[in-house]
Design a protein around this ligand. Structure first.
Ligand code: 4GP
Length: 837
């Protein structure tokens, strides 16, 4: 009967090809159909949102069959290995344009819209993006899913369907204001709810030792709270292949949303209370990119989604006839930083308590299942949870962690006999004061692979952060330098450059970014150089126009667009950039008759709402912008713009327009960076420190095409150890002193002179991130950039070489390395002509 129904569906699809067809007519018909029957409107009366939703549904139709085939024919099949990606964050970006590009129908869709008198770009602009991430690690999670699909490898990403994503940022009087991100307000057309795959999640209570039928001891967990996880599947299509993988995001719901006992006694609010508190778990993304210690809700979020994910994997593996002892053959589970680490004791619990697997065997399976990616070098970002809190929310997991720790420390003692101090640092439990569970230690003990995200960071992990783990398990450590998806970060966002590339070197580079190499000889071709400059100019015009529409600030597209966009954080040193701008401004004012390179400084980025210094930096940038942009005496030579609400959508206008990319973190602090790659592949030159992936970018593009400055990681360390005194730099460098004095004298805050004191005092007397020490060399690098800029052909050539030499940083390369060294999963070609059963 089931086969019969499948057959009917397939016959139906063949006859009614218009739901899956990629022809101009099919797409136009589909679109008009949705507009009328689904949105209830005529084309001439449709709002932007109607048009967006109708086109989204039309494109989604084209994904469903491919997705279903991938899921049923590849993922669920017992004998294919599936990559499972666990991440608390996914920065998916706007979906419509991306899915159109990956389906390979950009031109057809553009034409279909044109025929109907609609501008595709304005449709794309109507999308509200799912901002389910803080930044970096969510961005790579999304890129790697895209890469897995493009390489036709079956994969599932698991995460949380936050009702509210990362807050929206606006400015009031220069200060950051946070507003709720209601991204689901108009509905999200790219997901399918899967009620029948809901699972139950337990919290709290206690454990009990009981004997099973055969007299073996077993542990029962008697929870005090149970809720339901409902999955929503988001399509992840590969580029011009049939593979459409699944991003399965979980929403928390109450099991019993209505408590009738309370209701009967007239307590209506009490009755819905439980529903509200259960659903709170997936209400909002924590807006911090560092760890959020001690927040019960955050721990519940983490456990909620990993338990949903592992239960789901176990369920469909057993449904398809798998043997639980082969779990690690079927799945490899990548932990995206420490946030999903509770998956390790959770898998142990499922195997031992629910599936009756013996402890040692379960540990063997667990250790063969997990790989761990570490994304940070900031010690404060290494997550830890108070033992009391973890034990209260997850009592069974706390026992399991202690058991793991006991065995793990026995092993560690064999490596380090009589090294009590090392054993203490290796322990999964921090016992130096209040007891904590160290999630990074748990991840290292429970995974077969531990990787950093750029060479330098991996080396620093091995020699400092995870040094003792490295001496016990050197074979587990490996590096996977990050990459970015060329489809989104070049093709989609930079149509103009894409056209020029296609016309010059042909297509094919989007799947094999190394092909951009063949652009190199064109750097010597004057005709091409002129075209390159013309394209850049048009792109900068677009951004200039957007800036004017949004902020009423006129910027000159002929000026150097010097851009710093990323989270606001002291280690990323936006304040170093501000000091440079102020010193330049001072110089122009003091010497108005000299000649200067006209420059536009563009900022973007959000500060964690509780991070006061970062918020003060935002206020400073806006205040400096206010003064400079309104000072007619400098003849518009420099302008400063802070684009509010930096997100994927806004960034898509920014990266292609950059001349100079600012990657100026204190060396040894930025694990990798991926913005640096997005800029460079779009032809920006980098001014950067010897940090993270900057080092590898410079290696690739050549030191002539990169402006390096600043202390190296070991120099930062030794300067700190030898007693760093930032005040001496203030005394010795006049332009630095003048810049700081201007801030301190209230030049940028006339009504509140001391407003920025906390910032300047910190710089003068503490300066953890060595802004003062790097200032002089930073200004030197900026002057070098200005010199090259003055020879516009030489600059264009360096810009071309940046794009041409970025092949290494395709996320396809990174994903291939993960597949080769860690995941060991194969491609499975999807044939949508096959019948499904
Ligand atoms: C970020 C790192 O700060 C950044 O250097 C890296 O490029 C990115 O991960 C991706 O690997 N870390 C986070 C975080 O986003 O929350 O720790």
């Amino acid at each position: 009967h089931q086969n019969f129904l499948h057959q009917i569906t397939h016959n139906f699809l063949k006859q009614h090809d218009d739901r899956i067809g990629l022809t101009l007519e099919a797409i136009k018909d589909g679109f008009l159909d949705y507009l009328f029957f689904n949105r209830g409107t005529y084309p001439d009366q449709a709002t932007d949102q109607d048009i967006y939703q109708a086109l989204a549904m039309t494109i989604r139709d084209r994904l469903v069959q491919r997705w279903l085939h991938t899921y049923k024919k590849a993922t669920m099949e017992k004998d294919t290995r599936v990559v499972i990606y666990l991440s608390a964050e996914y920065l998916m970006g706007p979906q419509l344009g991306h899915n159109i590009v990956n389906l390979g129908v950009r031109e057809v869709v553009e034409k279909a819209m044109n025929d109907l008198g609609i501008d595709l770009q304005s449709v794309l602009d109507a999308e509200v993006e799912p901002g389910l991430a803080n930044g970096g690690l969510g961005n790579v999670a999304a890129s790697y899913l895209d890469g897995l699909s493009s390489l036709e490898v079956p994969a599932i990403g698991y995460g949380i369907r936050y009702e509210f994503g990362l807050f929206r940022q606006s400015f009031s009087n220069g200060w950051q204001i946070e507003e709720t991100d209601k991204w689901l307000q108009f509905g999200f057309p790219w997901e399918i709810q899967q009620f029948d795959r809901a699972v139950e999640i337990k919290f709290g209570g206690s454990t009990q030792r009981v004997k099973d039928e055969s007299g073996n001891e077993k542990v029962n967990w008697i929870p005090s709270e149970e809720i339901k996880g409902i999955p929503y599947d988001v399509f992840v299509p590969g580029y011009k292949v049939n593979t459409v993988n699944t991003l399965r995001l979980w929403k928390a719901e109450a099991i019993d949303s209505f408590n009738f006992q309370s209701f009967n006694v007239g307590d209506y609010y009490g009755a819905v209370d439980k529903k509200v508190s259960s659903e709170n778990i997936t209400k909002v993304l924590y807006p911090n990119d560092e760890s959020i210690e001690g927040k019960i809700l955050r721990l519940k979020q983490q456990y909620f989604f990993v338990s949903c994910a592992l239960q789901d994997c176990v369920n469909f593996f057993l449904e398809s006839g798998g043997n639980i002892l082969d779990f690690h053959e079927k799945f490899v589970v990548q932990l995206n930083d420490t946030h999903p680490t509770i998956a390790i004791p959770e898998l142990m619990r499922i195997l031992v308590d629910e599936q009756g697997v013996a402890w040692d065997e379960a540990w063997h399976i667990t250790q063969k299942t997990f790989g761990y990616t570490q994304h940070t070098l900031l010690p404060e970002a290494l997550e830890k949870w108070p033992v009391g809190l973890l034990g209260q929310i997850l009592p069974r997991h706390m026992e399991i962690i202690y058991d793991i720790n006991y065995k793990f420390l026995n092993l560690a003692r064999e490596h380090f006999p009589n090294h009590q101090e090392i054993i203490r640092t290796l322990s999964l439990i921090d016992e130096t004061g209040e007891k904590y569970v160290r999630m990074a230690n748990l991840a290292c003990a429970g995974s077969f692979s531990i990787n950093g995200v750029a060479n330098l960071q991996t080396e620093l992990l091995k020699s400092y952060t995870l040094k003792d783990f490295y001496s016990i398990f050197p074979e587990k450590f490996n590096n996977k330098t990050n990459g970015i998806a060329p489809r989104r970060w070049l093709m989609l966002i930079n149509n103009r450059l894409t056209q020029l590339l296609d016309d010059t070197i042909g297509t094919g580079w989007e799947k094999d970014l190394d092909q951009l190499k063949s652009l190199e000889p064109f750097a010597e071709n004057q005709d091409f150089v002129n075209k390159w400059k013309a394209v850049k100019k048009e792109i900068k015009n677009d951004l200039a126009q957007r800036i004017f529409e949004q902020q009423r600030v006129k910027v000159d597209p002929n000026s150097m667009f010097d851009i710093l966009v990323k989270r606001i954080h002291e280690y990323k040193r936006q304040h170093l950039k501000v000091l440079h701008i102020i010193s330049l401004y001072r110089k122009i004012k003091d010497n108005p008759n000299e000649s200067y390179v006209p420059r536009t400084f563009i900022f973007g980025g959000k500060a964690a709402p509780g991070y006061r210094m970062a918020k003060l930096i935002i206020k400073l940038i806006n205040s400096v912008a206010e003064v400079i942009n309104n000072d007619s005496s400098i003849n518009d030579l420099i302008k400063v713009v802070f684009i509010p609400n930096y997100n994927v959508r806004n960034s898509q206008w920014i990266y292609p327009a950059a001349d100079l990319s600012e990657q100026i973190s204190t060396a040894g602090k930025e694990a990798s960076g991926t913005g640096n790659m997005k800029f460079s592949v779009n032809g920006a030159l980098t001014v950067g420190t010897y940090d993270g992936a900057n080092i590898e970018i410079r290696e690739e593009v050549g030191s002539d095409n990169f402006f390096l400055f600043g202390l190296k990681a070991d120099e930062v360390k030794s300067l700190k150890e030898s007693g760093y005194n930032p005040y001496t730099y203030y005394q010795e460098n006049e332009s630095l002193r003048k810049a700081i004095d201007m801030i301190n004298h209230g030049y940028f805050s006339p009504n509140e002179r001391d407003l920025f004191r906390p910032l300047t005092d910190h710089l003068l007397y503490y300066d953890e991130y060595m802004v003062m020490a790097d200032f002089t060399d930073y200004v030197r690098a900026q002057e070098e950039a200005e010199q090259l800029w003055s020879q516009s052909d030489a600059w264009a050539k360096a810009s071309i070489l940046n794009t041409a030499r970025m092949g290494k940083f395709s996320s396809d390369r990174t994903v291939r390395e993960y597949l080769r060294d860690i995941w060991k999963a194969d491609a499975v070609e999807i044939n949508i002509k096959d019948t499904l059963h």
